[in-house]
Design a protein around this ligand. Structure first.
Ligand code: LLP
Length: 456
């Protein structure tokens, strides 16, 4: 029986006990043993083989999301680029999958760039971001001939020009502009409003100065503009507004600096459904508003319509991934609550602590069993705030059970830490009944291998 079929149930499915489960990977089902399986792999068996916490991705679902983006844009325009935002989740195998899907890559640090190059990612399809790139990061980007650098400040513009000159290269750039638009999302993941550490503001001519400086730079070629209004965005109207602002700015720069905006990158941000309260827009709706707005707004100011780029991260990988934890203890404080403590926590999923993000849980060997108790699911870290789920209905949870939190594929592993000496989880891709390790579990030896020690 399929738990979740996107075609039939676009958002949520209610299991028999009435618990709303957010999109498990498309291939999730309850197998003949009564266990939850993904892409033909029994999660109980995977946990026994790999240990927990374990992050499991449905590989075909990741591929399908990329194809959905491509389809959604290609039916509306011929001139577009899908650029995956590495920060949501990256590793060498992920980069290789992205190459196979013909998608470009956004890297936001020397480390993400290094990972991409290790995967033989074509550098011309890489775009480097960052609000504080070091000289070393810029030098690496130029030396490896990344396609574009998204310049975030006047200082970076100068440093990049010097770097490119020193290497005798011309570097293509976009300028990141803060359009002054507030997206309706958590304050920590808003990035397009005026008061932001990201980008060049339009106020007091800052962005204008940057265009002038970029046009005058000897070793930089200004290709276009970039903006990113934030992440986990549900209402799409801010996209239209920011595109209008960008078109106005492109017009001013065309008049004043003879600048032609060949590429407009509108960033990422599409939200996903973590719980039944979330009602995200579809990839199709996003493509629709972006392509229409770019055509309308550039038409309005009388400029040619630029090539469009988008940088999705979360909407590609969030729903494709889930985390499997072992329940280690169940502790009832009479008259207060029951804590279910699992084998991971804030070290593999910071999102509840950082943004108050909400998740749901189910038990892998009885995913359809009726909830018997409402519990608080906590991690194993020495922090009272290490709470994964404040209130979760579970069917008689017991130590040794395998607890699954769906929808942890984005910004989980990529923000993981070794707090309390916790080793980072293994990550596996599952497909057609087979699992392959894409990141092995860290060992205790990995934990100490950078540390100096004296002989006894
Ligand atoms: N492009 C730029 C320039 C970005 O800064 C980001 C995300 C993206 C694209 C991808 O956005 P997405 O499609 O994933 O929303 N750690 C937070 C999210 C931080 C997002 C940072 N930038 C979280 O877990 O919610």
């Amino acid at each position: 029986m399929f738990l979740f079929d996107q075609r039939r149930a676009p958002m949520l499915v209610s299991l028999s006990m009435g618990l709303a489960i957010p999109p498990l990977p498309d291939s999730s089902r309850v197998n003949s043993a009564g266990h939850l399986e993904v892409a033909g792999c029994d999660l109980m068996e995977l946990a026994a083989e790999y240990g927990t916490p374990l992050i499991v991705y449905d590989e075909d679902q990741i591929r399908e999301r990329f194809r959905e983006y491509k389809r959604a844009f290609s039916v509306r325009t011929d001139d577009f680029d899908i650029i995956y935002a590495s920060k949501a989740f990256t590793c060498i195998a992920m980069c290789q999958l992205i190459v196979q899907e013909g998608i470009s890559l956004d890297v936001a640090s020397g480390g993400e760039l290094y990972t991409a190059l290790k995967a033989w990612f074509p550098p011309e399809n890489i775009l480097l971001h960052g609000n504080a790139n070091s000289r070393d990061e810029l030098e690496r980007a130029v030396r490896n001939e990344v396609g574009h650098v998204v310049v975030d400040s006047l200082h970076e513009l100068k440093a990049l020009d010097e770097t490119a000159a020193a290497q005798g290269k011309m570097q293509k750039i976009l300028l990141r502009i803060t359009p002054g638009i507030e997206a309706h999302t958590h304050d920590f993941i808003q990035t397009g409003k005026l008061d932001s550490k990201f980008g060049l503001c339009l106020e007091a001519g800052v962005a204008d100065d940057a265009v002038a400086a970029a046009m005058a730079a000897t070793n930089l070629e200004l290709i276009g503009l970039h903006c990113h209004i934030g992440s986990q965005i549900f209402g799409l109207e801010p996209y239209r507004k920011s595109i209008a602002v960008m078109a106005d700015f492109a017009f001013v720069c065309a008049e004043k600096h003879s600048f032609t905006c060949q590429l407009l990158d509108v960033g990422g941000g599409l939200g996903v459904g973590y719980t039944s309260d979330d009602d995200p827009a579809s990839i199709d709706e996003l493509a629709d508003i972006i392509v229409k707005s770019v055509a309308d707004e550039f038409g309005r100011v009388g400029l040619p319509v630029p090539r469009i780029a988008v940088e999705p991260g979360r909407s590609i990988v969030a729903n494709a991934g889930l985390t499997a934890y072992t329940i280690e203890t169940v502790k009832t404080i009479p008259g207060v609550k029951t804590y279910v403590a699992v084998s991971g926590g804030m070290s593999d999923n910071m999102r509840p602590m950082l943004y108050g993000a909400e998740y749901v849980a189910l038990i892998a060997d009885r995913p359809e069993a009726e909830a018997t108790i409402t519990v608080t699911v906590v991690g194993k870290h020495c922090e009272s705030g290490d709470v994964l789920i404040k209130e979760s209905g579970l069917p008689d949870p017991r130590p040794g059970d395998l607890l699954i939190t769906p929808c942890t594929g984005a910004y989980g592993y990529s923000m993981a830490s070794n707090y309390n000496g916790q080793t980072r989880p293994a990550v596996v891709f599952v497909k057609e009944g087979r699992a392959r390790t894409v990141i092995r579990r860290e060992s205790y030896e990995d934990l100490v291998h950078l540390q100096e020690h004296l002989e006894p």
